[in-house]
Design a binder for this molecule. Structure first.
Ligand SMILES: *Cc1c(COP(=O)(O)O)cnc(C)c1O
Length: 481
């Protein structure tokens, strides 16, 4: 691997791109951050972007595009049917994944919707290494149930195990022996999102695929975060370390029957799609795409985005590009760990994950510790992260709170967007917050939606802790915004 080392021995991630377009950021004074948080009912999804300094909510649709992507967008071919832009993307996808069919969709959840509509019926069970919010919601909407077969290490926040996204293949095999007639497909998620962007190993993927083949059950990969998983396969998996990213990508695809992805993540653009081999599922899925997403040569995407995805997918196979996200994340995780701040280890893809259950152990899970931490970090630094804990779950049928297995605050690292000094700022504000963690209190719902409640829910603090935190910040850093 071609590496760049610093002569003085420092190990800091080096950007392999230069900035050519910039967007000015606002850092509001802390009193105003408090006021905006109140207006947003302590739900950071309800903030306005102009009131945020570092938006670390997600990597979805907010990665920086390259000059090559921008120039490809200029030549996009606008047509309802038969756009050349689509055929260029289709050819790229076929080359990369080696699958014949590409069905476009407006974003990842569009793929999930049509797959669930076609494949899942009431009483079905979909085994997976771990769920994602929208994936599970669509399966349950169709009357199905999700069962997770993650290795136990996957839920251990402090670990040095490199492949925490692995399937417990023994348990999966046993389950399929007994229940294969109720399983329409098995889903494997790359760069497993909700456990901290953790990858699977190539050997584990092959084992899961062999088990599925034995029972003639399709293996469906959610490849939205495959970019990070590829990077970890290249640098941590003995089986892959001598292969190029393109070869790894192909080897991974060869194990799957269907691959779908959110191009808001994979491909540095916005959109999505389903890749598959010839099968009797292709035509019914095409009909559902036309019904739900759009005609087969755009699927709800703009032709400009389609061009950008085609170029972005190729760029994903360049290690100098793909390494940027995980290297920045590893830097942030290492720096926070040095300061004794609880983060998910090893560093994964997608973002740096604070472990709220150890950061604010005094807040019970019914009071949404990760969401409280998210609100507190906005007060402390104008930084927006995303709660991934009990708030992101839904109540059960009897209205009881479903307690999440992990309480994480994800600080996502959109690719090529932040500079290292901005990451240092985030590290500094998290450190201040950790020193003052006793001031952080819980939250409760004022308005609680039934579906995916974390997006639109309105919350309120259980005391005046937000005011006290803002006052303490002003006392500790009187000359700073
Ligand atoms: C983001 C994401 C999705 C959903 O994609 P959208 O484009 O946001 O609809 C599905 N699965 C995983 C693993 C994701 O990270």
């Amino acid at each position: 691997m071609e590496t760049i080392s610093f002569f003085d021995g420092r190990k800091i991630p080096l950007e392999r791109h230069k900035v050519r377009i910039v967007q000015q950021l606002n850092l509001l004074p802390v009193e105003e951050r408090l006021a905006r948080l109140k207006e947003a009912s302590s739900n950071l999804y309800l903030l306005h972007n102009k009131d945020i300094f570092l938006d670390m909510l997600t990597d979805s649709g907010v990665n920086a595009m390259s000059d090559r992507q921008q120039s490809a967008m200029m030549r996009a071919d606008d047509a309802y049917a038969g756009s050349e832009s689509f055929f260029r993307l289709e050819k790229t996808v076929q080359d990369i994944f080696g699958m014949e069919h590409f069905l476009p969709a407006h974003q990842g959840r569009g793929c999930e919707k049509v797959l669930a509509d076609l494949l899942v019926k009431p009483g079905d069970i979909v085994p997976m290494n771990y769920h994602f919010t929208t994936s599970r919601a669509h399966i349950e909407r169709c009357g199905g149930e999700v069962i997770e077969f993650l290795i136990p290490e996957g839920l251990n926040c402090q670990s040095d195990y490199p492949f925490k996204g692995n399937f417990d293949t023994k348990a999966l095999a046993k389950f399929l022996e007994e229940n294969n007639d109720r399983v329409p497909f098995v889903r494997i998620e790359a760069g497993t999102n909700l456990i901290g962007g953790q990858p699977f190993s190539f050997g584990n993927l092959k084992e899961a695929a062999a088990i599925c083949r034995k029972h003639d059950i399709p293996l469906v990969m959610d490849a939205s975060l495959l970019q990070d998983n590829l990077y970890f396969l290249k640098i941590k998996d003995e089986e892959c370390k001598d292969l190029s990213l393109r070869e790894i990508m192909r080897a991974v695809a060869d194990e799957c029957d269907i691959i779908y992805f959110s191009a808001r993540k994979l491909g540095f653009a916005r959109g999505g799609g389903i890749c598959m081999r010839e099968s009797e599922l292709v035509n019914p899925l095409k009909e559902l795409i036309v019904l739900n997403e759009g005609f087969l040569t755009y699927g709800g995407m703009s032709v400009r985005e389609i061009e950008a995805i085609a170029v972005g997918l190729e760029e994903t196979l360049d290690l100098a590009i793909t390494s940027q996200g995980p290297e920045f994340i590893a830097y942030m995780v290492d720096e926070l760990e040095k300061r004794g701040i609880p983060v998910v280890t090893p560093a994964g893809g997608l973002g740096c994950h604070l472990d709220a259950s150890r950061f604010v152990p005094h807040i019970p899970q019914e009071q949404y510790p990760a969401a409280a931490l998210a609100a507190a970090l906005y007060i402390a630094g104008g930084i927006r992260g995303m709660e991934r804990g009990t708030l992101s779950e839904n109540r059960d049928d009897d209205g009881n709170e479903k307690i999440a297995e992990m309480e994480l605050l994800r600080l996502a690292m959109p690719r090529r967007v932040f500079t290292l000094s901005q990451i240092d700022y985030a590290i500094d504000r998290v450190t201040w917050l950790f020193e003052n963690r006793d001031l952080i209190g819980g939250l409760r719902f004022e308005h609680e939606p039934k579906i995916l409640r974390f997006f639109l829910g309105k919350l309120a603090p259980l005391s005046d802790w937000q005011e006290r935190l803002a006052e303490k910040f002003s006392r500790d850093l009187p000359d700073s915004l």
